[in-house]
Ligand binder design. Structure first.
Ligand SMILES: [Zn+2]
Ligand SMILES: [Zn+2]
Length: 237
């Protein structure tokens, strides 16, 4: 099966990314981005000759506002269901605030700015993943699946395509500062991370299951070798 992958530059220089995946008539959006990013999503869809109404499913990888912040708006524009893990749905409904564990100065600075906790249009998803269940994307025209990959947050999920392209969102970042700016080819911890040991375990499992090309929420695509090195670093912590 052939896939077309289009990165959505939610913020410039790869600092915040969402993705459009198309295969045949199947179109899914991985992450909804920051509030008010719909014009950027429309532009990325147009690059593939698509419109909002072509989107079959919106996958929100976790409840942080830079990934879930525009889900309510995009859902209306696309008229497509939103999928998220149950553990994150409470944050997206505005019922609870997320725990934020900074990994360094960028996280601390962001936390002080209040931006990561800023409210967005809350929503209740149509579809949820429970526990360790995976979610088959075949009914949405895509040969691949969604799998829980906790560690960054308890309900973080990743998208794995049958060709090895994998969308891990904030399980790993790359680049400088928040992520992005310049491609370094090196994996790093995102500004926030709850359980580094769990992140290492999940990355190992993804590699075992055939993940090869890692697309990130913050920064540029990484190869498996960079992920292997990152696992070693996390294990030493
Ligand atoms: Zn995050
Ligand atoms: Zn993020």
């Amino acid at each position: 099966m052939d896939f077309r992958i289009q990165r959505v530059p939610v913020m410039r220089f790869g600092m915040v990314n969402a993705y459009v995946i198309q295969s045949g008539s199947g179109v899914i959006l991985v992450d909804a981005g920051l509030p008010n990013c719909e014009a950027r999503v429309a532009k990325s869809l147009a690059r593939l000759g698509l419109e909002f109404r072509d989107v079959d499913l919106i996958i929100v990888t976790h409840g942080h506002f830079d990934h879930a912040g525009n889900a309510a708006v995009l859902r209306k524009l696309c008229n497509a269901p939103v999928l998220i893990h149950k553990r994150e749905a409470i944050y997206c409904a505005g019922e609870e605030k997320m725990m934020l564990c900074p990994t360094g100065w960028v996280g601390k600075l962001l936390l002080r700015s209040g931006a990561p906790q800023s409210p967005f249009e809350f929503f209740t998803p149509e579809l949820t993943i429970d526990g360790n269940d995976s979610f088959d994307l075949k009914p949405y025209g895509i040969s691949g699946y969604v799998t829980p990959t906790p560690g960054h947050t308890p309900g973080s999920i990743s998208v794995v395509l049958e060709n090895g392209h994998t969308f891990v969102s904030d399980l790993v970042a790359s680049g400088l500062g928040l992520g992005g700016i310049i491609p370094t080819g090196i994996a790093k911890r995102p500004p926030f991370e709850e359980r580094p040991d769990q992140v290492a375990t999940e990355l190992e499992r993804l590699l075992t299951d055939g993940a090869r090309h890692f697309h990130l929420g913050h920064g540029f695509k990484l190869a498996s070798r960079a992920i292997e090195k990152h696992i070693e670093l996390l294990r030493r912590m």
